[in-house]
Ligand binder design. Structure first.
Ligand code: SF4
Ligand code: SF4
Length: 342
């Protein structure tokens, strides 16, 4: 698939064409922060931003999602009518998604899409209906450590197309059929443009200033890591506030509740988090992760040991650095993993 070129002064026309087929979303400045929002005006798309503070996982795994609605109907044979929520009726396109966030969706596919019997159709339908057009990072933030997590500033994993910002023009690299549909009609890139994109990727990778080691985490047994003395120290400052889990693109704990009013109701799935005492509370009163140490250890063991063991070596972290920046007591995942690896 040949690289293409899109002049930035043609962005409005390009967006207009996309909008015929897709609902288009992109990071924009909203209330002083980079946030995902519907892209109505091409001029509002951000081209220089570190990343959105909330990841785009909400597009596939909403904070609150209605799974079905139900109603008591006395003359119905089962006494109840249930209706599934309709799937998306228009394709979606996420423009300028960062490579780490696209990689996170591939990690979550391993959890939500496993086989025909257990596939999470709410996740899968939205994934199938969505095209991911990434924007390579040219200036990674100090909290990023994506290159330690099988990712990188110009990683293509999980993307349909990748854009490189070359100043007054964009290099458009199609990676899948969905990506080719987006790039259709654009002019071929010159060799110099492709070389400039490669140079930008190499320079950006060189700017990643932090790294973590995983060799010993991989070679140690689950029990050896689980029983490590470091957990007696790591958990102490944690507030169990859950911020790290809500901003994380790969965290996916949820809870399902039935909400009723009169003879009708709806079943909803809500984000939950493993840092919460209530998340693992059993109806019997027993809680298998009843202490703060249990819960903090679970978050890190899940990402860096349980997921790699169960999912062919894939890591449950993409090194986006959001939790590093937003933890109110400065618990730094990079330090925790380096301690696990020591
Ligand atoms: S954001 Fe920090 S304090 Fe809050 S639960 Fe996560 S590690 Fe604990
Ligand atoms: S654990 Fe932290 S650095 Fe890793 S993907 Fe989640 S938010 Fe990003």
């Amino acid at each position: 698939m040949a690289d293409k070129i899109l002049a930035k002064d043609k962005l409005a026309d390009f967006l207009g064409k996309l909008q015929a087929d897709y609902e288009v979303y992109a990071p924009q400045e909203v209330e002083g922060k980079a946030q995902w929002a519907p892209l109505e005006d091409a001029g509002k798309a951000l081209w220089e931003f570190s990343n959105t503070s909330m990841s785009p996982k909400d597009f596939f795994f909403p904070q609150t999602e209605v799974l079905m609605r139900f109603k008591n109907v006395q003359d119905h044979e089962s006494g109840m009518v249930m209706e599934a929520e309709p799937p998306l009726d228009k394709k979606r396109l996420l423009l300028n998604i960062r490579p780490c966030d696209a990689k996170a969706f591939q990690v979550l596919d391993l959890i939500f899409v496993q086989d025909e019997m257990t596939n999470d159709l709410y996740w899968k339908d939205k994934r199938d209906m969505t095209t991911l057009v990434g924007l390579a990072c040219s200036d990674p933030c100090p909290s990023c450590f994506c290159t330690s997590m099988n990712c990188g500033p110009a990683s293509t994993t999980g993307l349909d197309a990748l854009l490189f910002d070359l100043g007054d023009k964009l290099l458009v690299r199609s990676l899948t059929e969905k990506g080719e549909a987006v790039a259709e009609g654009l002019d071929d890139a010159a060799e110099g443009d492709t070389a400039a994109a490669a140079e930008q990727a190499t320079t950006a990778e060189g700017k990643i200033s932090s790294s973590v080691g995983m060799d010993n985490v991989n070679s140690r047994s689950v029990m050896e890591l689980y029983e490590a003395g470091m957990w007696d120290r790591v958990f102490e400052n944690c507030l169990n506030c859950g911020t790290c889990t809500y901003v994380c693109p790969t965290c996916h704990c949820f809870d399902i509740q039935d909400e009723t009013q009169g003879t009708e109701g709806r079943r909803v799935r809500n984000w939950d988090n493993c840092m919460s005492w209530l998340f693992t509370m059993h109806g019997t009163g027993h809680n298998p992760r009843g202490t703060k140490k249990d819960r903090v250890r679970q978050r890190f063991m899940h990402k860096f040991k349980y997921i790699p063991v169960k999912r062919g070596g894939e890591i449950g972290c993409v090194g986006c650095g959001r939790c590093v920046v937003l933890c109110p007591v400065n618990i730094d995942v990079r330090r925790v993993v380096n301690d696990m690896n020591a």
